[in-house]
Design a protein around this ligand. Structure first.
Ligand code: PLP
Length: 365
């Protein structure tokens, strides 16, 4: 049995005629930039998340950058980001001119709220919690810290469409929340796509202007902005797929439950830590093993694909050599990078496939 990490062709097979029709419709009308498809997606996505506004843009990385610039981040500022994430979270802080300040994570792979305050200086302006792998960070504690120090929050929800914390949806906690619709994300386009959501009309308007050359009315450029737009074709695809995201999320959750049940007795691996009161959406199912590389090889020999998200934690990437960080600065992030392994998880994964992965991990000696 060959089991991929994800299977996008299978994912699209069932809705292919709907997708083709949506794409043809855009071609027919030549509405390639903005247009009704984009408006419709912004409306339905903000409704789905439960925010007043959605501002679509080119990708999830741009969404973070647009949020940072809209909040007025500038050289001299400091922004706190978790040591474990994809580089987009920190890269955009540097792009905005501010200094990236990494904070170690906990056993749950998420920013450790107990370690945030020691990172705060008079220059700190905000925090970017990342709901990594699909489980939300500790937003109650992070919010307390934010209030105490007068900071802002940008939630990086790229891996957390519809995850919840105390029954509140990811994306409803910060000044801004950012989403990616990269094809492999829980809600994916067929190319690059992203969005920001927020409740404040002024912030929404300012973000939309910044993303569209500094003005949303033709010929008005109130400021200099960037060009970061959602294509009509990508919006049309997302309009089809957004109708299924709840079902796909439940399917991911069922697979994760089966993994947890089937693997819970094993002492040679550590299962992902799920907090009470949080509903993860399982963008990734990440286990830990002291013999990670040998386990990955064993799975590969049995036809099971795995990967490592991410092999090197952010502070230890060559891009951040200039910061001179040591293992001791981020002990958890350092420990995790040598032990984590992402197992296959995708909505179309069958019970037989899940059980085969469980059995194969059980057979590991
Ligand atoms: C995918 C991802 C992004 C960036 O999204 P793109 O659409 O690829 O630019 C940002 N943050 C995290 C945590 C991600 O996983």
């Amino acid at each position: 049995m060959d089991i991929p990490l994800n299977d996008l062709s299978l994912h699209h097979a069932k809705i292919k005629s709907e997708l083709n029709e949506a794409i043809e419709n855009v071609i027919e009308k030549c509405q390639f930039i903005r247009g009704p498809e984009v408006d419709q997606f912004e409306k339905s996505f903000s409704k789905l998340i439960g925010t007043n506004f959605c501002v679509s843009c080119g990708n999830g990385t741009d969404a973070i950058y647009i949020a940072l610039r809209t909040l007025g981040v500038k050289p001299g500022d400091e922004v706190i980001v978790p040591a474990c994430s994809w580089i987009a979270t920190s890269e955009t802080v540097t792009q905005s001119g501010a200094k990236v300040v990494f904070c170690d994570v906990g056993d749950d792979f998420l920013i450790d709220p107990l370690k945030i305050e020691e990172k705060i200086t008079s220059r700190t302006v905000g925090i970017i919690p990342v709901h990594l792998y699909g489980q939300m960070a500790d937003m109650a504690k992070i919010n307390e810290i934010k209030e105490r120090h007068g900071l802002w929050i940008i939630e990086d929800c790229a891996q957390a469409h519809l995850a919840t914390y105390s029954k509140k949806t990811a994306g409803t906690f910060g000044e801004f929340a950012t989403f990616s619709f990269y094809p492999g994300k829980n809600l994916g386009a067929m190319g690059d796509a992203g969005a920001l959501v927020c409740d404040d009309p002024e912030l929404a308007l300012a973000a939309a202007k910044f993303a569209r050359h500094g003005g949303i009315v033709k010929g008005t450029h109130e400021i200099e902005g960037i060009n970061s737009r959602l294509d009509g074709i990508q919006a049309a695809i997302l309009n089809v797929k957004v109708k299924y995201i709840k079902r796909w999320t439940e399917e991911r959750q069922e697979i994760a439950s089966r993994y947890i049940e089937g693997l819970s007795e094993l002492s040679h691996i550590t299962l992902p830590h799920v907090h009470q009161g949080r509903t993860p959406v399982w963008h990734l199912f990440v286990i830990r093993s002291d013999e990670r590389d040998r386990l990955a090889k064993h799975l590969k020999n049995n036809g099971i694909s795995t990967t490592i998200n991410y092999p090197v934690s952010l502070p230890f990437l060559p891009a951040y050599d200039y910061m001179d960080h040591t293992e001791a600065d981020f002990p958890k992030a350092f420990e995790i990078q040598s032990k984590i392994l992402s197992l296959p998880i995708f909505p179309e994964m069958t019970v037989e496939q899940v059980d085969f992965v469980i059995q194969t991990i059980n057979d590991f000696r």
